[in-house]
Design a protein around this ligand. Structure first.
Ligand code: SF4
Ligand code: F3S
Length: 106
């Protein structure tokens, strides 16, 4: 299963959405998450993300392991996103900012 990590928060570029063959991206207010029950491990989304926010769960950095559960839990609550949408206007300013998890609105 592939996992969207903290870097996506407040960047939310959504380039990842259009390449997914099984529509497993779900949209929340500040980030997208992947439904682990739908993801077929194709890895197509990984190079699409301009800030490399998507990882195979086996390659997750230790400080991002919590996002396995976050993706699983929030994909059950948030709606499927059907296609790419414009990024937030200030997305670039949030690239690489640490501790963005505090802004993860559930
Ligand atoms: Fe979709 Fe493939 Fe990415 Fe899984 S790995 S979220 S199936 S594009
Ligand atoms: Fe997030 Fe990257 Fe997709 S910033 S919305 S994982 S393209």
């Amino acid at each position: 299963t592939f996992v969207v990590t903290e870097d996506c928060i407040k960047c939310k570029y959504t380039d990842c959405v259009d390449v997914c063959p099984v529509e497993c991206f779900h949209e929340g207010p500040e980030m997208l998450v992947i439904d682990p029950e739908e993801c077929i491990d194709c890895a197509l989304c990984v190079p699409e993300c301009p800030i490399d926010a998507i990882f195979d769960e086996v390659d997750l950095p230790d400080d991002q392991l919590k996002f396995i559960k976050i993706n699983a839990d929030l994909s059950a609550e948030w709606p499927v996103i059907e296609g790419m949408i414009p990024a937030p206007e200030d997305a670039e300013e949030w690239e690489g900012v640490p501790d963005k998890i505090q802004y993860l609105a559930e």
